[in-house]
Design a protein around this ligand. Structure first.
Ligand code: TTP
Ligand code: MG
Length: 362
């Protein structure tokens, strides 16, 4: 059974938000970016509406050039705070559709539906629901690519824009992508495409046709990646946090300093659940468990325990935390803050323990 991955990407994001909020701009070439200053402006386009794209405008184009191609366009400065807020609203909706979710940019995210859908038809229905919910609640459109690798899902989300869905299944994906230009492969850009051109490679089909060893000989590691993407062999996992992340932690500061053990315990449990949601989504195991405790007057302590092997076990964490907490039971001070940190990670452990399954079910 192949994996089922969705790549969701908002359509002309910044411009969509401005057209949503200013109906008079709808249907017009809307350009978000630097001030064009009647053609003398410096800086570039952040993004533009699809109407503007008909004039050859695109992200990264100098704003002066945009102005000379499309002087009658609506030119607006970006409103970063507003787009961040809209992005958060969209991500909150997307997250609810999958257990495994990875935000990869302000307007794009991967969802893995392998454990939820039994075939691509079902996942397409979910994609349609996502589009409807986002449009109903946020009033902007999103395009979705569905496939069995991250990179093919990403290529797919671009195929039917705006407000499109495309499915690239194992049985027919090569047919659907073979005529696409090689720059559709994430990682092949303006510079690297020239190396491929020199060998007569212009389309993804040209890559698919070549044997891998020859491709590596010609283009090294870069070529190997491109070849694997084109042939559906990208097996990267979907993970919520960035590669460099070394720990996951959460803490709570009490509104008032407290020594009510029952209350403190309930907060520790909340924190533990919160952290384990991330742990599960990213399939990480950890060896080190740390308790952080801050007393009135800012006196702060941390206590850790490192286990001999990595675990992924909500209850075990709570047991360790309570043992670490015992040391402070005799303190005659109230508590101001409490926190848990998990670290010393091992990614993608093979064994998922029973407790975790019951946690998912709860
Ligand atoms: P993209 O998803 O690349 O572009 P888009 O959403 O505007 O258009 P599309 O329909 O093709 O997906 O980027 C998301 C936002 O990020 C975009 O609206 C503006 C911003 N951005 C920049 O500011 N500069 C850039 O060079 C790019 C590519 C994007
Ligand atoms: Mg986009």
């Amino acid at each position: 059974m192949p994996r089922i991955i969705l790549h969701c990407d908002l359509d002309c994001f910044f411009a969509s938000v401005e057209m949503r909020d200013n109906p008079e701009y709808r249907g017009k070439p809307v350009i978000i970016g630097a001030d064009p200053k009647k053609g003398k402006g410096r800086g570039v386009i952040s993004t533009c509406s699809y109407e503007a794209r008909e004039f050859g405008l695109h992200s990264g184009m100098p704003i002066s050039q945009a102005y000379s191609n499309c002087p009658h366009g609506v030119y607006l400065r970006p409103n970063g705070q507003k787009y961040k807020k809209v992005s958060r609203e969209v991500m909150r909706i997307l997250k609810n559709y999958a257990n495994i979710y990875q935000k990869v940019g302000i307007d794009e995210a991967y969802l893995e539906l392998t454990d939820i859908c039994s075939n691509f038809k079902e996942s397409k229905k979910i994609a349609e629901k996502i589009q409807v919910e986002i449009y109903e609640k946020v009033r902007i459109t999103i395009s979705i690519g569905i496939s069995f690798t991250k990179s093919l899902a990403k290529i797919g989300s671009d195929l039917n824009k705006p407000n499109g869905i495309s499915v690239l299944e194992p049985k027919h994906f090569k047919e659907k992508i073979k005529n696409l230009h090689i720059t559709r492969i994430p990682g092949i850009g303006k510079k690297s495409k020239e190396y491929y051109y020199k060998e007569g490679i212009k389309t993804i089909g040209d890559i698919i046709k070549m044997p891998l060893p020859r491709f590596i000989e010609l283009f090294g590691k870069h070529g190997e990646w491109a070849w694997k993407v084109a042939n559906g062999l990208d097996n990267r996992k979907i993970k919520e946090f960035h590669e460099g992340r070394k720990s996951i932690s959460a803490e709570r500061t009490f509104l008032e300093d407290t020594d009510n053990f029952k209350y403190i315990l309930s907060k520790l449990e909340d924190i533990n659940h919160k952290i384990h949601k991330i742990i599960l989504k990213n399939n990480i195991a950890y060896k080190t468990i740390t308790l952080k405790i801050r007393f009135e007057g800012f006196e702060t302590h941390t206590r850790s325990k490192t286990l001999p092997f990595p675990i992924q076990d909500l209850k075990k964490v709570m047991n360790v935390i309570l043992k670490l907490y015992q040391e402070f039971l005799n303190k005659k001070k109230k508590i101001r803050l409490i926190g848990i940190k998990l670290s010393n990670f091992e990614k993608n452990p093979k064994v998922i323990q029973k407790e975790i399954l019951s946690f998912i079910a709860s």
